[in-house]
Design a protein around this ligand. Sequence first.
Ligand SMILES: CC(C)(COP(=O)(O)OP(=O)(O)OC[C@H]1O[C@@H](n2cnc3c(N)ncnc32)[C@H](O)[C@@H]1OP(=O)(O)O)[C@@H](O)C(=O)NCCC(=O)NCCS
Length: 196
Amino acid sequence: MAILRATCDMSRGDTGVVQDQLPEYSLTDGVVMLRPLALKDSHAWLAGEDGEQRRWFEAPRPSQLSDVEQFIADCQESWRTMGSHRHWGIWSRYPDVLVGGVDLRALGNDEVNLSYLVFPGQRRRGFALRAAHLVVEYASTTMSAQTVIIKMLPGNEYSRNLALALGALYVGDEPSDGGAIFHAFKLRLRDTPRQE
Ligand SMILES: CC(C)(COP(=O)(O)OP(=O)(O)OC[C@H]1O[C@@H](n2cnc3c(N)ncnc32)[C@H](O)[C@@H]1OP(=O)(O)O)[C@@H](O)C(=O)NCCC(=O)NCCS
Protein backbone atom coordinates (compact mmCIF):
# COMPACT_ATOMS: atom_id res chain seq x y z
CA MET A 1 0.00 0.00 0.00
CA ALA A 2 1.33 3.38 -1.01
CA ILE A 3 4.81 1.89 -0.83
CA LEU A 4 5.68 3.40 -4.14
CA ARG A 5 3.86 6.64 -3.49
CA ALA A 6 5.20 7.72 -0.10
CA THR A 7 5.03 11.48 0.18
CA CYS A 8 7.72 12.03 2.76
CA ASP A 9 11.29 12.82 1.91
CA MET A 10 14.05 10.90 3.64
CA SER A 11 17.16 9.51 2.08
CA ARG A 12 17.64 5.73 2.04
CA GLY A 13 20.81 6.16 4.04
CA ASP A 14 18.79 7.29 7.07
CA THR A 15 16.74 4.14 7.40
CA GLY A 16 19.03 2.65 10.02
CA VAL A 17 18.05 5.24 12.62
CA VAL A 18 14.35 4.43 12.68
CA GLN A 19 14.27 1.26 14.78
CA ASP A 20 12.16 2.58 17.63
CA GLN A 21 8.46 1.88 17.85
CA LEU A 22 7.12 5.38 18.63
CA PRO A 23 4.71 3.91 21.23
CA GLU A 24 3.23 7.28 22.13
CA TYR A 25 1.22 7.17 18.91
CA SER A 26 -0.44 3.82 19.63
CA LEU A 27 -4.21 3.42 19.54
CA THR A 28 -6.26 0.44 20.68
CA ASP A 29 -9.85 -0.67 21.14
CA GLY A 30 -8.82 -3.81 23.03
CA VAL A 31 -9.03 -6.04 19.93
CA VAL A 32 -6.64 -4.31 17.53
CA MET A 33 -3.55 -2.29 18.36
CA LEU A 34 -2.38 0.44 15.99
CA ARG A 35 1.18 1.63 16.18
CA PRO A 36 3.69 3.14 13.77
CA LEU A 37 5.68 0.57 11.85
CA ALA A 38 9.32 -0.02 12.79
CA LEU A 39 12.05 -1.20 10.49
CA LYS A 40 11.89 -4.66 12.09
CA ASP A 41 8.35 -4.99 10.67
CA SER A 42 9.62 -4.76 7.08
CA HIS A 43 9.60 -8.49 6.35
CA ALA A 44 6.12 -9.03 7.79
CA TRP A 45 4.83 -6.02 5.87
CA LEU A 46 6.30 -7.28 2.61
CA ALA A 47 4.94 -10.80 3.21
CA GLY A 48 1.44 -9.32 3.57
CA GLU A 49 1.39 -7.86 0.07
CA ASP A 50 -0.77 -9.63 -2.49
CA GLY A 51 -2.29 -9.07 -5.90
CA GLU A 52 -5.48 -7.63 -4.42
CA GLN A 53 -3.53 -4.94 -2.63
CA ARG A 54 -1.50 -4.09 -5.73
CA ARG A 55 -4.62 -3.99 -7.85
CA TRP A 56 -6.61 -1.66 -5.62
CA PHE A 57 -3.64 0.62 -4.86
CA GLU A 58 -2.62 0.70 -8.54
CA ALA A 59 0.89 -0.47 -7.72
CA PRO A 60 2.93 -0.82 -10.90
CA ARG A 61 4.95 -3.82 -9.65
CA PRO A 62 5.41 -6.00 -6.58
CA SER A 63 7.24 -4.27 -3.75
CA GLN A 64 10.76 -5.18 -2.79
CA LEU A 65 12.22 -5.13 0.70
CA SER A 66 14.02 -1.85 -0.03
CA ASP A 67 10.67 -0.24 -1.01
CA VAL A 68 9.18 -1.30 2.31
CA GLU A 69 12.16 -0.06 4.29
CA GLN A 70 11.94 3.29 2.55
CA PHE A 71 8.20 3.45 3.14
CA ILE A 72 8.62 2.75 6.85
CA ALA A 73 11.43 5.29 7.12
CA ASP A 74 9.23 7.90 5.44
CA CYS A 75 6.32 7.11 7.73
CA GLN A 76 8.51 7.39 10.81
CA GLU A 77 9.93 10.68 9.67
CA SER A 78 6.42 12.03 9.23
CA TRP A 79 5.59 10.92 12.78
CA ARG A 80 8.71 12.61 14.11
CA THR A 81 7.78 15.90 12.49
CA MET A 82 4.04 15.39 13.02
CA GLY A 83 3.75 15.75 9.27
CA SER A 84 0.71 15.37 7.07
CA HIS A 85 0.99 11.58 6.78
CA ARG A 86 0.11 9.44 9.83
CA HIS A 87 0.46 5.71 9.21
CA TRP A 88 -0.09 2.86 11.68
CA GLY A 89 0.42 -0.86 11.39
CA ILE A 90 -2.61 -2.85 12.57
CA TRP A 91 -1.84 -5.65 15.04
CA SER A 92 -4.28 -8.23 16.24
CA ARG A 93 -3.84 -8.47 20.01
CA TYR A 94 -4.33 -12.20 20.67
CA PRO A 95 -2.06 -13.25 19.09
CA ASP A 96 0.06 -10.13 18.62
CA VAL A 97 0.43 -10.27 14.82
CA LEU A 98 0.79 -7.55 12.21
CA VAL A 99 -2.34 -7.86 10.05
CA GLY A 100 -2.32 -4.68 7.94
CA GLY A 101 -2.08 -0.91 7.95
CA VAL A 102 -4.17 2.22 8.04
CA ASP A 103 -3.29 5.81 7.34
CA LEU A 104 -4.45 9.40 7.25
CA ARG A 105 -3.16 12.14 4.99
CA ALA A 106 -4.04 15.72 5.78
CA LEU A 107 -5.45 17.38 2.67
CA GLY A 108 -5.98 20.90 4.01
CA ASN A 109 -9.37 22.53 4.61
CA ASP A 110 -9.91 20.30 7.68
CA GLU A 111 -10.02 17.23 5.42
CA VAL A 112 -8.06 13.99 5.73
CA ASN A 113 -7.78 11.05 3.35
CA LEU A 114 -8.23 7.62 4.96
CA SER A 115 -6.94 4.39 3.47
CA TYR A 116 -6.55 0.88 4.81
CA LEU A 117 -5.33 -2.58 3.95
CA VAL A 118 -5.50 -5.96 5.65
CA PHE A 119 -3.27 -8.85 4.69
CA PRO A 120 -4.79 -11.89 2.92
CA GLY A 121 -5.77 -14.52 5.47
CA GLN A 122 -6.68 -11.81 7.99
CA ARG A 123 -9.52 -10.25 6.00
CA ARG A 124 -13.22 -10.34 6.90
CA ARG A 125 -12.49 -10.41 10.62
CA GLY A 126 -13.41 -6.80 11.26
CA PHE A 127 -9.82 -5.54 11.58
CA ALA A 128 -10.11 -2.81 8.95
CA LEU A 129 -13.34 -1.43 10.35
CA ARG A 130 -11.96 -1.37 13.89
CA ALA A 131 -8.76 0.33 12.74
CA ALA A 132 -10.74 2.84 10.69
CA HIS A 133 -12.91 3.75 13.68
CA LEU A 134 -9.81 4.37 15.78
CA VAL A 135 -8.09 6.62 13.25
CA VAL A 136 -11.28 8.52 12.42
CA GLU A 137 -11.49 9.35 16.12
CA TYR A 138 -7.82 10.35 16.03
CA ALA A 139 -8.43 12.53 12.95
CA SER A 140 -11.19 14.33 14.79
CA THR A 141 -9.49 14.79 18.14
CA THR A 142 -5.83 15.19 17.19
CA MET A 143 -5.85 16.54 13.64
CA SER A 144 -9.00 18.66 14.09
CA ALA A 145 -10.39 17.15 10.91
CA GLN A 146 -14.00 17.76 10.02
CA THR A 147 -14.22 15.52 6.96
CA VAL A 148 -12.71 12.15 6.08
CA ILE A 149 -12.34 11.28 2.40
CA ILE A 150 -12.09 7.65 1.28
CA LYS A 151 -11.35 6.87 -2.36
CA MET A 152 -11.46 3.54 -4.09
CA LEU A 153 -11.43 2.10 -7.59
CA PRO A 154 -14.77 0.88 -8.96
CA GLY A 155 -15.35 -2.76 -8.04
CA ASN A 156 -13.56 -2.65 -4.70
CA GLU A 157 -16.64 -3.84 -2.85
CA TYR A 158 -14.96 -4.50 0.50
CA SER A 159 -13.49 -1.03 0.59
CA ARG A 160 -16.80 0.49 -0.47
CA ASN A 161 -18.72 -1.47 2.16
CA LEU A 162 -16.22 -0.41 4.76
CA ALA A 163 -16.66 3.26 3.82
CA LEU A 164 -20.43 2.85 4.05
CA ALA A 165 -20.11 1.04 7.39
CA LEU A 166 -18.18 4.03 8.70
CA GLY A 167 -21.05 6.27 7.67
CA ALA A 168 -19.36 7.81 4.62
CA LEU A 169 -21.45 8.83 1.62
CA TYR A 170 -20.57 8.62 -2.06
CA VAL A 171 -19.91 12.14 -3.36
CA GLY A 172 -18.63 11.62 -6.90
CA ASP A 173 -15.79 10.45 -9.09
CA GLU A 174 -12.33 11.85 -9.66
CA PRO A 175 -9.18 10.80 -11.49
CA SER A 176 -7.13 8.18 -9.67
CA ASP A 177 -3.37 8.36 -9.18
CA GLY A 178 -2.93 5.69 -11.86
CA GLY A 179 -5.08 7.36 -14.51
CA ALA A 180 -8.32 5.47 -13.78
CA ILE A 181 -11.35 6.69 -11.81
CA PHE A 182 -11.79 6.83 -8.04
CA HIS A 183 -15.17 6.70 -6.34
CA ALA A 184 -14.92 9.28 -3.56
CA PHE A 185 -16.77 8.96 -0.25
CA LYS A 186 -17.02 11.60 2.45
CA LEU A 187 -17.59 11.17 6.14
CA ARG A 188 -18.63 14.28 8.07
CA LEU A 189 -17.20 13.69 11.49
CA ARG A 190 -20.09 15.12 13.42
CA ASP A 191 -22.21 12.35 11.80
CA THR A 192 -19.80 9.54 12.74
CA PRO A 193 -21.80 6.60 14.16
CA ARG A 194 -20.71 5.60 17.67
CA GLN A 195 -18.75 2.35 17.98
CA GLU A 196 -20.47 -0.49 19.91
C1 LIG B 1 -10.67 -3.52 2.03
C2 LIG B 1 -10.01 -4.29 3.15
C3 LIG B 1 -9.02 -3.36 3.86
C4 LIG B 1 -11.09 -4.72 4.17
O1 LIG B 1 -10.40 -5.31 5.28
P1 LIG B 1 -11.14 -6.31 6.27
O2 LIG B 1 -10.36 -6.36 7.54
O3 LIG B 1 -11.42 -7.56 5.55
O4 LIG B 1 -12.49 -5.51 6.53
P2 LIG B 1 -13.55 -5.86 7.65
O5 LIG B 1 -13.42 -7.26 8.11
O6 LIG B 1 -13.48 -4.80 8.67
O7 LIG B 1 -14.89 -5.74 6.82
C5 LIG B 1 -14.97 -6.40 5.54
C6 LIG B 1 -16.11 -7.36 5.51
O8 LIG B 1 -15.92 -8.41 6.43
C7 LIG B 1 -17.11 -8.58 7.20
N1 LIG B 1 -16.72 -9.09 8.50
C8 LIG B 1 -16.19 -8.41 9.49
N2 LIG B 1 -15.98 -9.22 10.52
C9 LIG B 1 -16.39 -10.45 10.14
C10 LIG B 1 -16.44 -11.71 10.75
N3 LIG B 1 -16.02 -11.90 12.02
N4 LIG B 1 -16.89 -12.77 10.05
C11 LIG B 1 -17.33 -12.62 8.79
N5 LIG B 1 -17.31 -11.42 8.14
C12 LIG B 1 -16.87 -10.37 8.83
C13 LIG B 1 -17.66 -7.20 7.27
O9 LIG B 1 -19.04 -7.23 7.62
C14 LIG B 1 -17.44 -6.78 5.87
O10 LIG B 1 -18.41 -7.47 5.09
P3 LIG B 1 -19.12 -6.79 3.86
O11 LIG B 1 -18.03 -6.42 2.91
O12 LIG B 1 -19.99 -7.88 3.33
O13 LIG B 1 -19.83 -5.61 4.41
C15 LIG B 1 -9.31 -5.58 2.66
O14 LIG B 1 -10.21 -6.32 1.90
C16 LIG B 1 -8.06 -5.29 1.84
O15 LIG B 1 -6.98 -5.11 2.39
N6 LIG B 1 -8.18 -5.24 0.52
C17 LIG B 1 -7.01 -4.96 -0.35
C18 LIG B 1 -6.51 -3.53 -0.15
C19 LIG B 1 -7.62 -2.53 -0.42
O16 LIG B 1 -8.43 -2.71 -1.31
N7 LIG B 1 -7.61 -1.45 0.37
C20 LIG B 1 -8.54 -0.37 0.15
C21 LIG B 1 -8.10 0.48 -1.01
S1 LIG B 1 -9.30 1.77 -1.30
